[in-house]
Design a protein around this ligand. Structure first.
Ligand code: C2E
Ligand code: MG
Ligand code: MG
Ligand code: MG
Length: 289
């Protein structure tokens, strides 16, 4: 700490650390009640085909509605949930809630796949596959209706474990997507060994693709890697039609981002969905030119 401050002092708790500690204390007391009091909610963000505009699936993204603080985003509590182990019950809640929702859609005749995010810590839960299977079966779903999004950091922590679990999820019939691709440290040889279905390019590369030649080259090379390994490619954080055009032109099939839709609560998602069809829904992704 003293080093970080750039001076040789005996300061043990910097103001910043104090802030972090009191935030952790706040999270610890509040998160324990939050599950029991039903304060968590899943939002859903569509992924669309860049070629046809069809909605491919939705990603479940957790939100915390705190009675006093209001809406809290996952970046503010998932890291703490991982550190404290609260991610175990929370992750189970996400799985169950997502599966229940996909089951409800299925009953309504809406065949919509759902993607759930699983963090590195969750892979170490001995019952993770069992929890997943139970959530799927008790909602009369097939595992192929649920995609698993794992980040590269999951692989870094324990590659053998990650490998084994990826294989198990896929043997059940679920797709495994590598989230935030490009931000981690997985080597190409490691990537080639993993039985993945999809590379999900991290949003940080997309931000400047229509202005920055380096970002363009990087995205092109990630697409080449995906193609070489026979993986589908999804791009996240698409905000402009120019970005969508560029990605479509270099052969990216699926995309997600505010250009198409933000993460929405269930009622907003249902209102946003084209009402007419019961299976495949279409939205316009191309600019009228
Ligand atoms: P992620 O899985 O990479 O999710 C994408 C994030 O990018 C989401 O943030 C989403 O709202 C945001 N995003 C989507 N489109 C755009 C766009 O066009 N522009 C910009 N600027 N942002 C966009 P969110 O919902 O805050 O989630 C952050 C991260 O928290 C997620 O990153 C994921 O790693 C984690 N997370 C969310 N829900 C869960 C969960 O249920 N379980 C676990 N373990 N992690 C979760
Ligand atoms: Mg994700
Ligand atoms: Mg992502
Ligand atoms: Mg990301």
């Amino acid at each position: 700490v003293a080093k970080d401050e750039g001076k040789r002092t005996f300061c043990v708790f910097s103001p910043k650390m104090n802030e972090k500690i009191s935030e952790y204390v706040w999270l610890d007391t509040n998160m324990r009640n939050a599950l029991a009091e039903n304060q968590f909610e899943l939002y859903y963000q569509p992924k669309v085909s860049l070629l046809t505009g069809e909605i491919d699936s939705v990603e479940a993204l957790i939100r915390w509605n705190h009675p006093k603080r209001g809406l809290i985003m996952p970046g503010a509590f998932i890291p703490y949930a991982e550190e404290s182990g609260l991610i175990v019950p929370l992750g189970r809640w996400v799985m169950e809630t997502a599966a229940k929702q996909a089951g409800a859609w299925k009953k309504q005749g809406l065949n919509l796949r759902i993607a759930i995010n699983i963090s590195a810590r969750q892979l170490r839960i001995p019952t993770i596959i069992e929890d997943f299977t139970r959530a799927i079966l008790s909602n009369d779903l097939s595992p192929s209706m649920v995609d698993i999004e794992l980040t590269e950091s999951c692989l870094a922590e324990d590659e053998r474990l990650a490998h084994r679990l990826i294989r198990m999820f896929r043997e059940l019939g679920a797709e495994v997507h590598l989230d935030d691709f490009g931000t981690g440290y997985s080597s190409l040889s490691q990537l080639a060994r993993l039985p993945l279905d999809v590379l999900k390019l991290d949003g940080s590369f997309i931000k400047s693709i229509h202005t920055d030649a380096k970002a363009q080259a990087l995205v092109r090379s990630m697409v080449a890697v995906g193609n070489a390994l026979n993986l589908k490619i999804v791009a996240e954080c698409i905000e402009t039609p120019e970005q969508a055009d560029f990605l479509r032109n270099i052969g990216i099939d699926y995309a997600q981002g505010f250009l198409f839709a933000k993460p929405m609560k269930l009622s907003d998602l249902m209102a946003w969905m084209p009402a007419s069809s019961n299976k495949v829904v279409r939205i316009v992704t191309k600019r009228a030119s």
